[in-house]
Design a protein around this ligand. Structure first.
Ligand SMILES: [Zn+2]
Length: 95
């Protein structure tokens, strides 16, 4: 699954020149899109789709690694907070 910020793309219809917001899943699966404004069908070259799908896979792997690092970071922060809490428990009045 692509990160949300990469799931949509702005595209200008080559026929009516109006802006379209495309969902990448649809573009990849169909390799063609119908313009909601002028109803023309815009096709995308198949070989580019294959190459882009490889890029999608790379991005998804990157996103998965980021998620792993984020999880590890969260655990580390929790361990740090625990260590600080333990340290604070050792507080005593020195006389
Ligand atoms: Zn159009």
């Amino acid at each position: 699954m692509l990160p949300p910020e990469l799931q949509k793309v702005e595209f200008t219809c080559p026929s009516c020149k109006k802006a379209l917001s495309l969902t990448l899943d649809i573009v990849f699966k169909r390799a063609s899109v119908q313009c909601i404004h002028c109803k023309c069908v815009v096709e995308f070259a198949g070989s580019h789709v294959a190459r882009t799908l490889q890029s999608v896979s790379d991005v998804e792997k990157g996103a998965a690694r980021i998620a792993e690092v984020r999880t590890e970071y969260t655990k580390t922060v929790e361990r740090f907070k625990g260590a600080v809490a333990d340290l604070l428990k050792t507080a005593k009045i020195s006389s």
